[in-house]
Design a protein around this ligand. Structure first.
Ligand code: IMP
Ligand code: MG
Length: 180
């Protein structure tokens, strides 16, 4: 481990059991709301992949999975404000029922950009599902359709969320509480 990560302590905010229960609930809602359709689930890389993998395995309607890649954060904990599109979904979007899945809605800048991009390709329907929502941090108007947990304005890691690309593999969500 590098010096910058050697003395980090993580305190749990949401346990793996709580995440598991909530993912099942949301998957149930998504399956119910989209009954009779084939869903195109678009994950926002990289933060969404752990949540997305668990979520789609609990959804009971037919679906396709695709990805969009964006970069919005540098190596620290604050948004640069500018969003860069690194990869677009490589499939037909027009006329489809789409669910965008991401780890966290923070300022909203990233997902506003992603949702506008996808809306431009004229889907039949377009919804947004985020595991975490920090409403206090919002800078743009954006309302998610499915939210796992509303959390306070603190930087979190785990379950796909990173700090300097680390901690994505933690099975729970926690705060970085101490750097000695
Ligand atoms: P935005 O500020 O809503 O544009 O958030 C952009 C991205 O920043 C999210 O998709 C996350 O990848 C990342 N992010 C925002 N808040 C946190 C956090 O508390 N921990 C880890 N990543 C975060
Ligand atoms: Mg992200």
């Amino acid at each position: 481990m590098s010096a910058s990560t050697a003395h980090v302590r993580i305190s749990t905010l949401v346990t793996a059991e709580q995440i598991d229960a909530r993912v099942r609930e949301i998957a149930g809602l998504i399956s119910h709301d989209h009954a009779g359709t084939e869903l195109l689930v678009i994950g926002v890389l990289k933060g969404s992949w752990v949540f997305l993998a668990d979520l789609v395995r609990q959804v009971t309607i037919p679906l396709l999975v695709n990805f969009v890649a964006v970069s919005s954060y540098g190596d620290g904990t604050y948004s640069s404000g500018s969003v860069k599109l690194l990869m677009e979904p490589d499939c037909e979007v027009e006329g489809r029922d789409i669910l965008v899945v991401d780890d966290i809605l923070d300022t909203g800048l990233t997902l506003k950009f992603v949702m506008d991009r996808i809306r431009h390709r004229r889907p039949h329907s377009l919804k947004l599902c985020v595991l975490l929502d920090k409403p206090q941090r919002r800078q743009v108007e954006i309302k998610p359709d499915y939210v796992g947990f509303r959390i306070p304005d603190r930087f979190v890691v785990g379950y796909g969320l990173d700090h300097n690309q680390r901690f994505r593999n933690l099975p729970f969500i926690g705060y970085i509480s101490q750097t000695e």
